[in-house]
Ligand binder design. Structure first.
Ligand SMILES: [Zn+2]
Length: 356
């Protein structure tokens, strides 16, 4: 597995507009003063909690922790309120069976934690955005080159998820006499280019809060795909290559925001990233996508015609105009100004790679 120097890591990080170097420096100084290190790899056999979602990144990293680092992984699956949780859980079940047979000594069953992080009210709004959001807000989030609106991916609350690991750690300590100080997620370097809660800044902030809030000086949180102290910079394509080398049937992972019988393949950001990453990795993508099925294409045309009809009847009734006074003002922070431009460029690159 290739690693990069600290200088190279920092140089790559400097190109990411959502990273906040001042915050990273302050937090790392704090940990160096308090415990003499920022992040250390846990020793083989140590118990760690790993957030699994059934996606490519968390699934490959789960396997990597067992295969390479020989860690005793306690997977934590958050059963969120979203419709797609059953698809994600099915993927986790598949790989549980796979890893159970391959690593019988280190394997631990995933723990299901029921949450309603995306509240039912918010989820309804996301399903019918044209009845809820101001049209300008939808247009602002629309990416013409991909034909999708990033607004539809909202509703999740990823910055909160690692904290549920603390709750699981208390459970393991109280009921199974297992003390866990290490927490991992499946964040990959490119995630922080689009989502502020997936930056190395956010990973460090989360570790700081978790450590202080639980009065545990040795607590660690991070991602083994994205760690400065060890020069780990594994993008989605690198993880796909690693997974293929480990013989993982990656077509059984689930990335789609939707909950159809198959992953959409072309309508959500995660599907686009997934397909682009397989192309970039040079690995054959065996996943079945609904965009490749002819019956699905016909169904989509009927549904979009129906949506167009109902949207125009809503406008005729004045439902949309009534919200005209509501203005969406974009929040701008100094390190965020180029975010939209960069994400647009990235979307275009992905689209080109898939088509090419
Ligand atoms: Zn999708």
């Amino acid at each position: 597995m290739s690693t990069i120097s600290t200088e190279e890591f920092v140089a790559r990080l400097a190109k990411k507009p959502l990273e906040n170097f001042s915050a990273i420096e302050h937090i790392e100084e704090f940990f160096l003063r308090e415990r003499g290190y920022v992040f250390k790899l846990p020793k083989p056999g140590m118990p760690v909690i790993h957030l699994v979602s059934g996606g490519v990144e968390s699934t490959v990293l789960w396997g990597l922790m067992l295969e390479k680092y020989h860690l005793c992984v306690y997977p934590l699956f958050l059963r969120r309120g979203t419709k797609r949780w059953e698809k994600e859980r099915r993927a986790v079940d598949f790989f549980s069976k796979f890893y159970r047979a391959r690593y019988p000594k280190l394997f631990r069953e995933p723990f299901d934690m029921g949450l309603q992080v995306v509240s039912p009210e918010v989820e309804v709004a996301i399903r019918k955005p044209y009845q809820y959001y101001h049209p300008q807000r939808i247009l602002d989030a629309y990416r013409p080159e991909t034909g999708i609106s990033t607004l539809l991916s909202l509703g999740g609350f990823p910055i909160a998820y690692p904290f549920y690991g603390l709750s699981y750690a208390s459970y393991l300590w109280d009921h199974h006499n297992v003390r866990v100080n290490h927490f991992f997620s499946g964040v990959a370097p490119e995630d922080g280019g689009l989502v502020a809660s997936q930056t190395i800044t956010a990973l460090r902030v989360t570790m700081l809060v978790m450590s202080i809030a639980s009065a545990n000086a040795v607590l660690q949180f991070g991602s083994l795909a994205f760690e400065k102290e060890y020069g780990l910079w594994l993008e989605k394509k690198d993880l796909i290559m690693l997974g293929a080398r480990m013989g993982l049937p990656l077509e059984y992972t689930w990335s789609c925001y939707g909950a159809g019988s198959q992953q959409c393949g072309d309508r959500c950001l995660t599907c686009l990233h997934r397909r682009g990453a397989f192309v970039a990795a040079g690995i054959v993508d065996k996943t079945l996508y609904s965009c490749d099925a002819w019956l699905e294409k016909v169904k989509r045309r009927v549904v979009s015609a129906w949506y167009r009809l109902t949207s125009s009847s809503l406008r005729d009734r004045g439902t949309v105009e009534e919200t005209e006074t509501w203005k969406h003002e974009e929040v701008k922070t100094p390190w965020k100004q180029n975010q939209r431009r960069k994400s647009d460029i990235r979307s275009q690159e992905i689209k080109k790679n898939i088509e090419g």
